[in-house]
Design a binder for this molecule. Structure first.
Ligand code: SAH
Length: 234
């Protein structure tokens, strides 16, 4: 699917110490590749145990650069995609952050570590099974202040708008207009735009103080399709 080779499911064997070593190696690799530089995100990636956001039968593969299947119609994105998104966003302490596509909850946990207790993290998930998985993972690790919302994130989340930073982690035909509306002046939004089941442009939108947006293509990426009103299916 999407050109990725998913490793075969198998019961987990690795110890917490092995996962911790793999996590440290991954962070060093991401720094060396020039993908990770901000100290807060680096600390977050060293702290959040990615393996705790992955179903048992794929847990041993937590630090491989492959997306892995989750309950529902979802995948956890590969490790480097999080710094790719969050460094481009300039995600920082105190930001009000909206993630569309909670998936495993891993991206929301990283974001929470970056924005800190004076910030806000809302993560939305449209698939009820995936939503329950993300919610339970975040709760089990103590991220109770992350707001996990079941619903169509292509409509944004008006009760908590405006947001300083927004990301959507599924491929959309165009940037969903409600997300642009819910972006604070000076805010930034990022997500994959283009055809699903192929590659998309990772598009960064920077809202100027006026109602103008600067559009930058950061990378080429491959994501599963966004659903909902501004996605590919309702
Ligand atoms: N960021 C996630 C990975 C996302 S995979 C992680 O860290 O694991 C993309 C996710 O977007 C899937 O879980 C899918 O169900 C969800 N999704 C797709 N369309 C959506 C929509 N309109 N609103 C909210 N979630 C959506």
């Amino acid at each position: 699917m999407y050109g990725w080779v998913i490793p075969p499911p198998k019961p987990p064997t690795k110890t917490p110490a092995e996962f911790a070593r793999e996590r440290q190696r991954k962070v060093k690799e991401l720094e060396a590749r020039g993908l990770l530089s901000s100290p807060r995100l680096k600390a977050a990636m060293l702290k959040v145990p990615r393996e705790a956001f992955i179903p048992d039968l794929y847990r041993d593969y937590a630090y491989l650069e492959v997306p892995l299947p989750l309950p529902g119609e979802a995948t956890i994105s590969c490790p480097h995609s999080y710094p790719l998104f969050y460094e481009a966003l300039g995600l920082d302490a105190g930001h009000r952050f909206l993630e569309v596509g909670a998936g495993s909850g891993y991206g929301a946990a990283l974001a929470w570590e970056v924005v800190g207790p004076v910030g806000l993290v809302v993560t939305m998930e449209i698939d009820p099974e995936t939503f329950a998985f993300a919610r339970d993972n975040l709760k089990a690790l103590g991220y109770e202040q992350v707001e996990v919302v079941l619903g169509d994130g292509s409509l944004g989340y008006p009760p908590r708008a405006p947001f300083d930073r927004i990301c959507f982690t599924a491929a959309a035909p165009a940037v969903p207009p409600p997300l642009l509306t819910q972006l604070a002046p000076g805010g930034r939004l990022i997500g994959p735009v283009g055809q699903p089941h192929w590659v998309q442009d990772l598009v960064l939108m920077i809202r100027q103080d006026t109602d103008k947006f600067q559009r930058v293509v950061v990378e080429t990426v491959a994501y599963i399709p966004l659903r909902g009103q501004y996605g590919f299916s309702d």
